[in-house]
Design a protein around this ligand. Structure first.
Ligand code: CP
Length: 304
């Protein structure tokens, strides 16, 4: 039985195959309408979500399956003190596959150790968000036609932003990827990512605090929200929250074929004035999430 806990759980060939299946789903939706007939997806969200939970549910419904679950720990027996292990033991007897979001890093491993059905990590604390990364790769492939030879700017909260952690690990596998890591010094990427992935694989990267001075070099700009929920100090959040705001003026220096991504939700970091710019791909990115999650469900349930 396969789980998806981190992006490392899939080989590069498997990631490429998931992208191809997603593209086939986009072109041939009717072919997939009954692939998961009789199957049940449980969505256990111990933290808030709009896109991940609803796109997983939409994905399973579009495959002919059914869904059950909860959207907050408060509406589950966690509130009464039930352990994650016990919750998973029970829910895995009600379902064929589980997508789970949890505030604790590593919680998906506890879930996998107590489950009879595949576990999908739908975000664990500030750690990883592998299904977001897979849909990010699908988006890059759709928008740019390849996954290699890019200068990628990651901008904002690189410390707590779990989507950028998984994305660095995934993109490090492709040829000639350079990173420009744009963040305030308080929100730099964790050291382990530099040591275990960037340095180990001799990947070129620079760390900077300036978006303006670097935007002209980028092929892809991945904006992120400052993760309010991970801060221990409210004052520090308020000081850092609006440090980067992408607007029309900043985009003047950018390449004509820049691809602008954001996992969403956004707060202030992308001005709505650029939503109609053809380079703004973040709403298309959210839509691709559904198709990638259909492909992930099929793969983990071993349905061709
Ligand atoms: N990108 C993302 O994970 O969005 P949600 O928090 O709305 O699921």
């Amino acid at each position: 039985m396969r789980n998806l806990i981190g992006i490392e759980d899939f080989s590069t060939e498997e990631i490429d195959e998931l992208i191809e299946v997603s593209k086939d789903i986009i072109s041939n939706k009717e072919k997939y309408l009954e692939k998961c007939k009789g199957k049940i997806l449980a969505t256990l969200f111990f933290e808030p979500s709009t896109r991940t939970r609803l796109s997983f549910e939409s994905a399973m419904l579009s495959l002919g399956g059914s869904v059950l679950g909860f959207s907050s720990a408060d509406s589950s027996s966690t509130q009464k003190g039930e352990t994650l292990a016990d919750t998973i033991k029970v829910v895995s007897s009600y379902s064929d596959i589980i997508a789970m979001r949890h505030p604790k890093e590593g919680a998906p491993i506890v879930a996998a150790n107590n489950s009879n059905v595949p576990i999908i990590n739908a975000g664990d604390g500030g750690h990883n968000h592998p299904t977001q990364t897979l849909l990010d790769l699908l988006t890059i492939s759709q928008e740019k036609g390849r996954l290699d030879n890019f200068t990628v700017g990651l901008c904002g909260d690189l410390k707590f932003g779990r989507t950028v952690h998984s994305l660095i690990i995934a993109l490090s596998r492709y040829e000639n990827i350079k990173f420009v890591l744009i963040s305030p010094k308080e929100l730099k990427i964790p050291e382990y990512l530099k040591q275990d992935f960037l340095d180990k694989k001799n990947i070129e990267y620079t760390e900077t605090e300036s978006l303006e001075e670097n935007i002209d070099k980028l092929d892809i700009l991945y904006m992120t929200r400052v993760q309010k929920e991970r801060f221990l100090n409210e004052e520090e959040y308020v000081r850092l929250k609006d440090v980067y705001i992408l607007d029309k003026q900043k985009l003047e220096k950018a390449k004509n074929d820049l691809c602008i991504l954001h996992p969403l939700p956004r707060v202030n970091e992308i001005s709505t004035e650029i939503d109609d710019d053809p380079r703004a791909a973040y709403f298309r990115q959210a839509e691709y999430g559904k198709y990638m999650r259909m492909a992930i469900i099929l793969k983990l349930l071993n349905i061709k």
